[in-house]
Each structure stands twice: as C-alpha cells, then as structure tokens.
Design a protein around this ligand. Sequence first.
Ligand SMILES: *Cc1c(COP(=O)(O)O)cnc(C)c1O
Length: 363
Amino acid sequence: MSLKITELARANVRALTPYQSARRLGGNGDVWLNANEYPLPVPFEMSQNTLNRYPECQPKQVIERYAAYAGMTPDQVLVSRGADEGIELLIRAFCEPGQDAILFCPPTYGMYSVSAETIGVEYRTVPALDNWQLNLPAIAAALDGVKLVYMCSPNNPTGNLIDPEAIRQLLEMTRGKALVVADEAYIEFCPQATLAGWIAEYPHLVVLRTLSKAFALAGLRCGFTLANAAVIELLLKVIAPYPLSTPVADIAAQALSDDGIALMRQHVVELNANRAWLATALTRLSCVEQVFPSETNYILVRFTDSPTIFKSLWDQGIILRDQNKNPGLAGCLRISIGTRNECERLIAALQALPGTAGIVEQA
Ligand SMILES: *Cc1c(COP(=O)(O)O)cnc(C)c1O
C-alpha cells in the first residue's frame, strides 16, 4: 500500500510533460486549422489480403518508390511510424543517456525535446535570431557533447526556410563531431529547398520527411529518414522488427505511385494559392499585427489580442494553434491552410469580432 505505482517509474518520465498534440488539446470544431493537416481525406483502398502474415520491416516497394521520389538510392532510405519515430530513432542510435546531448533552435517543433527527455538525453537550446535564422556563433559555442543538431526547414511554427549558406556553415562546424538532422516535414510546399542532394557531400547530414502533410496522410503514420547508408544501417539496428503494419505499407506505396505523387502536387498548388489568399486577407484586418511569410501549409500571425481571438474562434468551432508559450511568439497563433471555404470562414469570423474590421468599440 505504501508504494505508489507511479513512484516505480523513471524520474525523467515522472517529470515529463508529454507533447501537446493538437489531438490531445481537443476542441469541438468543424474547421480544424491547428495540426497542419490536409483539409480533406484522400480515398485509398487496401490492395492486399495478407494480414495473417507479419509485414516486411522495410517494405521494398515503399522504399524503392520513396527513393525514386527523393532522388536517393534505396539503401539511403528508412521508413518509420511517422517522422516522429525517425526523430527518436536517431537519439536512440547516437546519444548515450546521461552523457550526450542534442541541440535545437527554438521556436521550433516540440518533439525534439520530448524524445530526448523520454530517453534521458540532455537537450540544449540555442534560440534562433530575431529573423528566425541560425545563431551560428552561439551554436558553435554550445556544441560540446552534442551528437545531434535538429534543424527544421521550413521551420514549424514560423514557416521560414533556414538560409542554406548558414546550413553549410553548420555542416562544416559539425563535421566529424555531430549529425545535422534537417526536418523537411513541409518540403513539398517548397521542393527546390530540399537538402537531400547534399547528403552525398555531407555524410553527417540526415533529412526527415513525412506523408502526414502534403501527402494528406497524417492518420497513416508514415515517415522517412534519408541519410547515407551507414547511418541507415545503424537506425535499422534500433528500429522495431515490424514498425509498419501491412495496411500502412500498402497505402504508402499507392501514395508514392506516379498518380499519388501527381495528386500530392495538385494539393500543393491549391494550398499555396489558398495561403496567398489568406495572407492577403489577414493583412487587411486591424486585429492583425503581423503576417509572417510562409513556405508551408500554415501561416504564423501576430494578433493584437490573441487570447480573446483564439477563444472566440474556438467557441465558434474554428480551431487554431496557440503559440503564446513558444519563446519569442507572444501574441502569435498558427493557422493551417484549409480549403478556400475554410479560409473564408476564418476571415469572416475575424471580421465579425468587435473592433476587428476597424470598427472602434466604445467602452
Ligand atoms: C508534423 C511534423 C512532424 C511529424 O510528422 P509525422 O510523420 O506525422 O510523425 C515532424 N516534424 C515536423 C516539423 C512536423 O511539423
């Protein structure tokens, strides 16, 4: 009776705050603009009936198709349960708990710290500059003991690309010491910016990808790690024996067919157009202080009174992502790009807020 079961858990797990995913945060909406998902489901059908058998660890067709799509060879590709699993596998393969560290530059994606904490690996942060670019001298000064530098480009939640010249300098200063992990979850929205082609030149560069965003398959849970074959081999040592279920591999292969890729590119054209429309409409609202440029399927916006706006939209079933607690992002909300109709509903709701359309409310 005396020992509580929770006291048996590892100290770092007891102290852990789990990732605040959009799903966990809840909400009762019909306009979901908080998880950077594609707004409409893409229909797929199972083509196999072999659920009595264990799946392949690395389904050959999925690997070959992704390699062709990304311009890599199959031995430079790992498929996993979302890019999130790739983030964690890298820490498990490269960082000694209690000894090595990872480094990243907030504001950025929340899973780097959560994965490190779960495994008991130190995470070190070097805040991004005011323009959200890398603070290279500060990174250089903090590299001691660091095995992995996570860098998200385009960055979530700010939407900007990291300057490629700065990335080159980062790769030079980490050569032989640490891996640089470029998280390219949103690269389909700006494909010319990919670093995948740099892997040949920098053996310590790793690129993370996903089917959750432009491919419209967040519910599938399928992501990819691109790296030189030696890194992929190490990750294959620590991955689960059956990381992908048969239906996941089946649908991923279809999504990566020529037709699947063409459909994804159509989504990108459409979402990029909606983003341009939404950005213009937002800049015309008096409740908007700043609309940050974006290369992705979301926009970061600074509002004059973000808590009130967030709550009011939430109550109307329009769910955005609050960024107030993220360093440097006071007053900011992140808005995923939905259908044109959803963008229009958001603007209409913002215009209807007291004071928003330039109508001065008398107290
Ligand atoms: C969405 C996202 C991921 C996670 O992708 P999954 O494949 O769904 O696990 C990784 N990194 C960033 C920056 C993301 O926004």
